[in-house]
Design a protein around this ligand. Structure first.
Ligand code: EPS
Length: 385
């Protein structure tokens, strides 16, 4: 399964095409729309989310609610387009009064993108570099989640920290989904949630922005997905690349992650036992990955997001017309988008895992995949007896 997105933040709509989806997969539009709504939520978002009501429109590849095996195209409207039609027109001359974006924001793609593409208007860059594009990804990745659901694999996400405020991390990695969704910052620790919201208020008052960390946890996975045999096929590299593809992600770790580097081997690796005819582990420090493959224990991916580059109290930049020092552009933006990024990462992880199931068990139709999974399960059961 693969996807490609198109669309600008203030263009008419976002488009995504998902190809290589197995035939016979039931698609629940309400699940796609629910993920789109979850991505839009989160304390710290700016005025734009009050305008948008993201909804998926599927125009191919699904018939009577079931995939046909043909590419699935999905569009998500940008309601803000009506305010940008003149400035973002696809044809005709630029309006005489058009204000070009010439004061690139440090940390955004503005300057480097303009250098790369030979433009004197950073808007050509920022419209596409905008995290608005992640709405299309979430719609595409919701298809992957539908496939995983057929194999009882669940993918969830939650926020662990925002700026200086961290939740109380327990041994457990799976938390009550209702508590996560109830929190305005998608954090299962209620007290930390309140402190995170206060930190976002303080940042907004100071003209600042905040980053943070989140976790994606996938449970119900079969062991042995991915590969140890070739670097690019290791699930660790595929998952890392997918999560790093999300704008503003600066770090990704699995299980103990960086902490493993400071511990002796005996305090890192997960002892192997056999219990009631199945292989088990004494711990899950590896975060569900060994040798680039799933162990069958929950996959635990943690990522760090940098603060949003648009600052109401802006940093220094240079005016690209005059080459004189100036303040970076200020525009409507989010103060914190970590809760949204967690939902996007949940989708990206689901897409990689759905692909791993297809690679192992077949690509063309759900019925064949199910038969192959049943056979694999039977074989695994004989190996611990
Ligand atoms: C973004 C700036 C803001 C965000 C946007 C990402 O948009 P605007 O410039 O229209 O206020 O709201 O994110 C979304 C629109 C979204 O749906 O996530 C940016 O500069 O990256």
């Amino acid at each position: 399964m693969r996807y490609i997105t198109a669309g600008e933040s203030h263009g008419p709509e976002l488009t995504v095409i998902v190809s290589d989806v197995p035939a016979g997969l039931p698609i629940r539009l309400e699940n796609i729309n629910s993920d789109l709504a979850r991505r839009q939520s989160g304390y710290g978002r700016g005025g734009r989310q009050a305008i948008e009501r993201d909804q998926a429109l599927i125009t191919s590849g699904v018939r009577f609610g079931v995939t046909t095996g043909a590419p699935i195209s999905i569009t998500v409207k940008n309601r803000d387009w009506e305010n940008w039609e003149a400035r973002m027109a696809h044809f005709g001359p630029a309006p005489a009064e058009l204000a070009r974006e010439v004061c690139p924001r440090p940390g955004h793609a503005d300057l480097v993108g303009a250098l790369r593409t030979n433009t004197d208007d950073c808007r050509n860059i920022l419209e596409r570099a905008s995290a608005r594009e992640t709405a299309a990804r979430v719609a595409a990745c919701a298809i992957a989640k539908e496939l995983l659901a057929e194999f009882a694999v669940e993918v969830e996400s939650y926020v662990c920290s925002i700026g200086p405020v961290s939740m109380a991390m327990e041994e457990a990695v799976l938390y009550d989904q209702a508590a996560i969704e109830f929190s305005p910052v998608r954090c299962p620790d209620e007290r930390a949630s309140k402190r995170m919201c206060a930190a976002i208020d303080d940042a907004r008052d100071a003209g600042e922005s905040l980053g943070g960390t989140f976790r994606v946890v996938a449970s119900g996975l079969l062991p042995g997905l991915g590969s140890y045999a070739a670097g690019p096929e290791r699930l660790t590299s595929l998952l890392g690349a997918a999560v790093f593809s999300i704008p503003a992600i600066k770090g990704v770790q699995f299980g103990l992650g960086f902490e493993a580097a400071a511990r002796p081997g005996s305090k890192v690796h997960d002892p192997i036992h056999v219990e009631s005819g199945a292989f088990t582990r004494g711990s899950n420090n590896a975060g569900g990955l060994e040798g680039g493959m799933t162990t069958g224990l929950p996959l635990v991916v943690e990522a760090a997001m940098k603060p949003i580059p648009t600052l109401m109290n802006p940093l220094d930049t240079v005016n690209m017309d005059t080459l004189e020092p100036e303040e970076a552009s200020r525009e409507r933006s989010d103060v914190c988008a970590v809760p949204a990024a967690a939902v996007v990462a949940e989708g990206e992880v689901a897409m990689v895992l759905a692909n791993a199931y297809q690679t192992a068990f077949g690509t063309t139709c759900l019925a064949d995949m199910k038969a192959n999974v049943a056979h694999y399960r039977e074989r695994l059961a004989t190996m611990a007896r």
